[in-house]
Design a binder for this molecule. Sequence first.
Ligand SMILES: Cc1cc2nc3c(=O)[nH]c(=O)nc-3n(C[C@H](O)[C@H](O)[C@H](O)COP(=O)(O)OP(=O)(O)OC[C@H]3O[C@@H](n4cnc5c(N)ncnc54)[C@H](O)[C@@H]3O)c2cc1C
Length: 609
Amino acid sequence: MTVRVEHADVIVVGGGAAGLSAALAAVESFAAAGRDDAVVALVSKVYPMRSHTVAAEGGAAGVVPGGDDTLDQHVADTLAGGAGLAHEAAVRYVVERAPAELARLERLGMPWSRTAEGRPAVRRFGGMSRPRTWFAADKTGFHLLHTLFQTSLRHEAIRRYDEHVTLDLLRADGEFRGVVCHDQRRGERVVLLGGAVVLATGGYARAWATSTNAGIVTGDGLAMALRAGLALRDLEMVQVHPTCLPGSGILITEAVRGEGGVLLDADGERYLADYGLGPVTPVGAPEPRRMELGPRDKLSQAFWHADRDGRTVPTRDGGVVHLDLRHLGKAFLDERLPLVTGLARRFAGVDPAHELVPVRPAAHYTMGGVPTTAQGAVVDGQGARVAGLFAAGECASTGLHGANRLGSNSLVETLVVGRAAGQAAARAAGVGAAGSGAGAVGAGGVGEAALVDQARGLAERWLAMRGRGGESPAALRRELGAVLDADVGVYRDADGLARAAAALDGLHERYQDVRVADTSDVLNTDWTQAIELGAMLAVARGVVAAAIARTESRGAHQRLDHPQSDDVARHSLVTLGADGAVDVRFEAADTAAQALAAGGGVGQGEAGA
Ligand SMILES: Cc1cc2nc3c(=O)[nH]c(=O)nc-3n(C[C@H](O)[C@H](O)[C@H](O)COP(=O)(O)OP(=O)(O)OC[C@H]3O[C@@H](n4cnc5c(N)ncnc54)[C@H](O)[C@@H]3O)c2cc1C
């Protein structure tokens, strides 16, 4: 099989906010070291502007200097949301850098909404004790991604590999040194070799049938890490967003509640006070952490109870409650929430200025991921650094979100950790060394032949899927989504999880015979979707195994049969055995945080990165 071999100093897999931030930071590091020959490869399975970051609506969290908000308060809110699994040093690392990162983005062209006095406008988000979410109307992700992407266009050192599906990571002598991809447009296999790899492949929430995520958010990077023998952390921590359109799962951002929207049951009552979120706040005057601005998990749990109490309105897509924005008025909605107003019109057929918007929960954000330091250096199950590999964005578990992410903390994480990971990757690739592909594997360098062989073997295995099989991938995907929706949602219990595990084992078996009818090399979406399905299945099996093993309720993982939290907060670590079996073990969160700090992670050497 022929492969095209190319070299770069740093390889970034992912063209969303985290990947672009990492690529820009790596290029700046090389430039600062006088390396004008450096190459940063940016690989994305879609055109970067189609990365899922583009869909983010509400905003990015950061303390506005000079107001009554403080960094300590942002840290405290984030730790409270994390329910014992967030690492304080990692939270501090991101929170302290957030304001400067958001201001930096503005200098690059980000059109943050502003107050009449010209200061950055901030809105309230659930679980935050102060309004601190910077926004660009309700199209924050679109503008943010545009800003980063357009900035990346200025750098010739960033060599883009658009519409290249990365199949697997390459490793030699224990160090990650590259990736093997498929160029969908040219129909060629590409082996990219370099000094360091940054994974920025996003989350895995599209595995659920009812999801706010785009079809591309399929956990590919996590599945690659699993296949490479790495552990994944806290996979069972999956955030369910309380307000999404029925059927499509399209998100109606929390910002609408931050701006004063209220939730009503079938009788038009503000039901949240009956489920522990009271006391009732005045309509149009939201207060931090109460009623509609309670934490997301609590709102989704309240919906679950209201549904069982017969307080929702039945639809063919399940029960719904109503979001009432009518009191905000058309002019305000047009100015501050134009995107969700349009989404409600187009996808629910209602005009929020005059009508109620039907909503129900959907899988939204995945806290689990590849364990890293706060600066994005990947660590193994024992907390030791993994040479040559970095991760940032939703695919990483940095210790910021713990068991439950606070809304608007993730965009800022993509910027801060993406940047740190890019800088660290440049250092790992020998930032100061001269010559193209200056990492340990230069063009024709030692180890190249072995890596190319490894890439060939991996690609052949993937290619062998084409033109065979009897199991419909669409059916497998549908069943996967339905299993997760039914038994791995807001509340879980032993029976439901056992049912899910058995069903996923069955799907895993059937996947070995998945049908890929199209045998072509160019734009073979049959094949790429089957690869994505494999990634979702692998990660979903890890989610369910960890959810079974975690016999407590914590953050986004709520067990009806184990409603209490354990005294000691522990991370789950999932690995894949050679026989394909999923293994789960636990590690105390304190121990993990201390090991990272002791190993030169948070707060040491790289803290200024
Ligand atoms: C609807 C919605 C609204 C949200 N709103 C907010 C918000 O207001 N504030 C906030 O803080 N967070 C929000 N979030 C979360 C936030 O948007 C995401 O966590 C964040 O954008 C993820 O960025 P990322 O760079 O990690 O991944 P993504 O933007 O998902 O990018 C992943 C990249 O990896 C590439 N990739 C994946 N697999 C492969 C492969 N096999 N080969 C090659 N490339 C690959 C993709 O092509 C893509 O370029 C929202 C999420 C959703 C779903």
